[in-house]
Every structure is written in structure tokens, then in C-alpha cells.
Design a protein around this ligand. Structure first.
Ligand SMILES: Cc1ncc(C[n+]2csc(CCOP(=O)(O)OP(=O)(O)O)c2C)c(N)n1
Ligand SMILES: [Mg+2]
Length: 247
């Protein structure tokens, strides 16, 4: 199938703000689906709630726009009900790591065959830009006006604590790397997590002094470098794919 056939064009334009990174990631996923040529009736996309969570409604396939934090559990139920389906979760950091953190812990531990694509804008975007568990220490948000005093969740640490795991960190700027990460995650037989470093111009970037989305996008280029052959864990500022087939 051509990538355009994976999109519900009658639902366009999306609700996302101009310049939002979610659309970039959405498009790269449709390109990847074309590469893998997954038939529409063998594919299900599941989202939770949030700006990223709106994506489920834009895929021209069976999809579920679930409740907040439950995308992974809904996806697990679908996969266990029909193991022939390719089940992809497309949701936000607040949804997957915040309220849904417990489900992530256990679905990854159970190594359920899902590809989880996390749009990590380090914020609760939809509700106005509140601090999330992914917000970096020191970042000023709507609810941490003097800067976040907490450490962010170590997503890589959680996923890679399992014997068998797949963890990719990519970004909304590094498109070829992002497509490769999504493709390998979908092909991985087990629980695969793609941490897509993203941004939110309207509810975080403007507060931080970015003039537009373009500036935020190019900050990703400055801040992240691809490590094509990571030894062990990815360091801060590194993008890459780590996995283990043991266990
Ligand atoms: C049970 C419940 N709690 C809180 C909310 C309010 N809420 C809606 S979206 C959201 C955060 C979404 O953040 P994220 O998943 O990072 O998505 P983003 O908007 O940043 O893409 C919250 C807290 C809700 N809808 N349901
Ligand atoms: Mg978010």
C-alpha cells in the first residue's frame, strides 16, 4: 500500500498546531508502513489521550483512541485476542510514561509483541504544558515556573532492564534514523519502544523563548547525534537502537 492510503484524508487537516512535530512523526510512520507493506486489515493503531493520542483517528485502518494512559493495555488486549495483527501504539510521553507508566512496566516485562512509538515532547502538551515525568531537570513549565526540581524518568533504563528488549531513541529531526527505528521496532518480535524526542512550540517552546517551531526542530539537530553502533546504553544526547534477544 502507498503511504497515502494509510491516512484518513477526510479527517484532514489535523488538530495539531502549525509546526507541531507530531505530524512529522505521523508521516514517517506512514512511510514505514508503505515500506513494510502491511495490509490495512492486519494493522491496528492504538493511542491514548493527548495531542499525540489524536493520531489514532487519522490512520485509515482499525484504530482505538483509548482512555488516558491505557493505550498499551488496550493494545495488549488486541494482540492477545488476535496474534496475527500488527499492533502499533502511537501516543505521548504523558500518556505512556506518566499515567500509563505501570502498564509500560508490565507490558515490557511480559514482552508483549507491540511496537510503541512515544512522542516525547517532555510535557503534557494538550492540557497547556504542565511538567511531565519526562521533563528535564531545570526546565521551566506551566507548573514548574522556577524550573523542574525532579529527575526525569529513565525510559531507556526501564525498557532495558528486561532480559529481552528493544529500545530506540530517535528524534523528529533525524528522519532517516526515525524511519529505521520505527521499521526495526515493528519488525521486532516482542515489546519494542521508540522514544521519539520531539517538541511542543505552543505550550513549552514559547515559554522557553523559542520564536518558532523551526528553531525548536533545529535545536534537536544541535542537541542529538546518532550513535550507529552503541556499546551498551545510549548516553545523553545520543540517538540509537539497543536491543537484546536473550532470555
Ligand atoms: C484520567 C485523565 N487524567 C487527566 C486527563 C487530562 N489530560 C489530557 S491529555 C493529558 C496529557 C497528555 O500528555 P502527553 O501524553 O504527553 O501528550 P501530548 O499532548 O504532549 O502530545 C492529560 C493529563 C485525562 N484526559 N484523563
Ligand atoms: Mg507530551
Amino acid at each position: 500500500m502507498k503511504y497515502k492510503e494509510y491516512v484518513k484524508w477526510n479527517r484532514m487537516p489535523t488538530t495539531w498546531c502549525p509546526g507541531c512535530a507530531i505530524g512529522i512523526v505521523f508521516k514517517q510512520l506512514t512511510f514505514t508502513l508503505e515500506t513494510l507493506d502491511i495490509p490495512r486489515d492486519e494493522l491496528v493503531v492504538v493511542s491514548g489521550i493527548g495531542c499525540s493520542g489524536r493520531a489514532a483517528g487519522y490512520f485509515n485502518t482499525d484504530s482505538v483512541h483509548g482512555t488516558h494512559g491505557r493505550a498499551v493495555s488496550i493494545a495488549e488486549g488486541i494482540k492477545r485476542g488476535n496474534s496475527k495483527l500488527k499492533v502499533i501504539v502511537f501516543s505521548g510521553d504523558g500518556d505512556l510514561i506518566g499515567i500509563g507508566g505501570n502498564h509500560l512496566l508490565h507490558a515490557s516485562r511480559r514482552d508483549v509483541d507491540l511496537a510503541v512509538i512515544c512522542i516525547n515532547n517532555e510535557i503534557y502538551g494538550m492540557t497547556g504544558g504542565q511538567m511531565a515525568p519526562t521533563t528535564k531537570t531545570g526546565t521551566k513549565t506551566l507548573t514548574s515556573v522556577y524550573g523542574n526540581i525532579y529527575n526525569p524518568v529513565n525510559i531507556q533504563g526501564i525498557i532495558s532492564s528486561n532480559k529481552r528488549f528493544f529500545y530506540a531513541r530517535s528524534s523528529a529531526y533525524h528522519l532517516n534514523h526515525l524511519k529505521r527505528s520505527i521499521k526495526e521496532a515493528i519488525e521486532w518480535n516482542g515489546f519494542a519502544f521508540v522514544d521519539v524526542i520531539s517538541y511542543c512550540i505552543e505550550n513549552l517552546g514559547r515559554r522557553l523563548g523559542f520564536k518558532n517551531a523551526y528553531e525548536m526542530l533545529f535545536k534537536l539537530k544541535e542537541d542529538f547525534k546518532i550513535n550507529a553502533k552503541p556499546q551498551g546504553s545510549l548516553l545523553e544526547g545520543e540517538l540509537g537502537i539497543i536491543s537484546s534477544d536473550k532470555g
